[in-house]
Ligand binder design. Sequence first.
Ligand code: ATP
Ligand code: MG
Length: 353
Amino acid sequence: MSGKPRILTGDTPTGRLHLGHWVGSVKRRVELQHTHDCYFIVANYHAFTTRSERSAEIRSDCLEIVRDYLAMGIDPDAATVFLQSEIPAIHELCFLFAMLLPFNRVMRNPTLKDEIKVKDLGETYSFGFPLYAVGQCSDILSFRPVGVPVGEDQVPHLEMTREVARRFNQVYCGVDEHAEDHDHAKLGGVFPVPRAEVGKVGRLVGIDGKNKMSKSLGNAIFISDPPKEVEKKVMKIFTGRQSPTEPGDVNNALFQYVEAFIPDAARVAELKDRYARGDNIGDGHVKKELAACLNDLLEPMRKRRAQFEGRDDLILDILRKGCARANETAEATLEAARKACNLHFFPRSIGYR
Ligand code: ATP
Ligand code: MG
C-alpha cells in the first residue's frame, strides 16, 4: 500500500449509516479506496461520550456500521477498517494533544457547541464529551493522512487537528512557526497538516427539513431501510408547500434530495423548472420519483448487506485484520511522537490473540 497518498476518515457507532454518510463521505471513500492508502475508523470510544450506559448497543452498532460499509462497496482488502478502541496509540496521543490546546479553544469549537444544542445535552454533558474533539485530532493524526474526506460539520474538527499538528511540530520538532503547512513534514515535523476534503453534498438535511441528517436525531433514511420504509420517509420530507400550482422553493429540503439522488441531470432541471413555476406539479409527484431513484441506489447495497447478516464472524475477521494493520501504522507514529517529546524509553509491539 506504500507510495499511495493516505487518507483517514470514519464514523461514530451511534446507529446505522444513512444517506448523509453516503453523499458526505462514504461515496468518496469507495472512489478512493484503490488509489489511496485508506484508513476507516469506527470511533467506538467516542460513542461513549453520549451513550456510556449503553455499551452493548455501541458494540452491536460497530458491527452494523461495518455491514453498512460493505453494503456501500467498501472493500476490506483494499482499505483498512478498524476499531478505535483497539488502537492504544490514539489514546496516548490524545493526552499529549490535550496539553497543546487551550481549554477555551476546544469549547469554542462550533461543531461541539452545535451538538450540545441539537442533542439537548444542556449543562449535563460529561467532561469526556468535549474531550472527544481532541480525541478526533489524534484519530486523524495517528495515521498521518494527507486528506480527510468528511461532511461539512467536521471542518471545525479538522481546523483543530491542523492547529494541533502545527503546534506539536513547532514545540517538539523545531518547525518554524512561519513554515507553510505543506512543508511541515519536510522540515522535520512528525505530523502532516491534513486537509478536510468536503464532498459535493457537505450537509444533507434530514427529512425534518431542518437539521443535518443524523443518526441520533430520528430524521435519517438509513442505507439498510427496506423499500417501503424509504418511500414512507420520503413522503415525510417537510417542505411547507400547499398546492401543486404554488410556485415552489427549489432550495428546499426536497430539492436538495432531488439534486443529490436523481441521476438524470436533464430530468432534475425539468423538475426544478416546473416546481419553481408551480406548473401543476405536486410534492407527492416529486417524492415518488425521488423514492424510486433512492431505491435504485439502495437495492444493490441491500443485496450486498444481506450476505453479511448474521455473520458477525466475518465482520470480526475484517476488524481483526484491520486493527492489526492500523496498529502498525499508529505505533510508528506514536514512536516518532514519543521520540520528539523525550518519552521514548522502550520499544513495544501490539498483537492480538
Ligand atoms: P451522530 O448523530 O452520532 O453525530 P452523524 O449522523 O452525525 O452521527 P457521524 O458519525 O458523526 O454521523 O459522521 C460521520 C461522517 O459522516 C462525518 O464525516 C460527517 O461529516 C458525515 N456526515 C454525517 N451526517 C452527514 C450529513 N447529513 N450530510 C453530509 N455528511 C454527513
Ligand atoms: Mg456527528
